[in-house]
Design a protein around this ligand. Sequence first.
Ligand code: ZN
Ligand code: ZN
Length: 358
Amino acid sequence: MKDRIERLMNCMEEQKTDAVLVTDGCNMRYLSGFSGETGYLYISGKRKVILTDSRYTTQAKEESREFEVQEISQSAGYQELIGALMRADEIRSLGFEDQVMIYADAMKLQKGLPRAEWKGLRGALDELRLIKSEEELACIARAEQIGDEAFSHILNVLHAGMTELEVAVELESYMKRNGASALAFDTIAASGIHSAMPHATPSGKKLENGDFLTMDYGCKYKGYCSDMTRTVVIGKADSRQREIYQVVLEAQQAALAVIREGITGAEVDRVARDRIRDAGYGEYFGHGLGHSVGLFIHEEPRLSPSGHTVLKKGMTETVEPGIYIPGVGGVRIEDLVEVTQEGYRNLTSSPKQLIEIS
Ligand code: ZN
Ligand code: ZN
């Protein structure tokens, strides 16, 4: 945590702010280790404090030994506690996460706290998390491995007649029984024409022969997320399904071939997008090619037409092209990689050739 706090101090200097109030759960965890659901971090040049209520004080003390823990109670609300800290530290400017803090809370705090300049930090604190440490990468890799194992498992379970919800539950329970502490996001299991919706919600629809089945899922390991997608065919694939699948797979492979330190997210996105467009499916690939993954499931930088961040060693990216044809179905293939100097390390190892479930 020490180097993280040091980088935060540099960030505070750049932002010309005497103290910061952290409200985003992932930033709180990154800077302090505290994994509770509710609370604030107050960090100035003089002190580091976690403000939380009695449900979390014991946990905060255990998880964040370098932080002082102050309990929010009926008699001393967070406004009083933060106010006292600001007065003691003579804070003249307070940095806050203007993209995260709830408007009503900001209004209440601005009224109740000692006079100070409020500085919106935009995504400055998120930027501290762009490059993952070895330790973080190990957690992400383990989470992704659990996803890979869940895929091997589901291949033995899938059959026509099973519902999308049953597929989702099976993946989820497998991951939780095998090392995951939580899901990284709501599992997607979309079959037949549902697979044409990139973020379809699993339903009671039964898998039928001839359906594409797209499974997009991830879990958490020590707070870190995984994310992967595989699409299979129930029964025999027809020639059109084979063609669509092949285009998506080639687009993904083309993007993977160029990913490395020094390239921008937009450049990687373009390689996959061009491949899909050249095959005649350009209008059916609407979303960005990928995103970073860490404590949060969708982190910066993105692989997308507007992704101008230059990739650096130690960043993670998903590479997830797709083709979605309304009324017909869709295919997405998603791997999660770690960016290296020369290229990438693929954290996903599940097979990518078209699998037909007999
Ligand atoms: Zn995904
Ligand atoms: Zn993703």
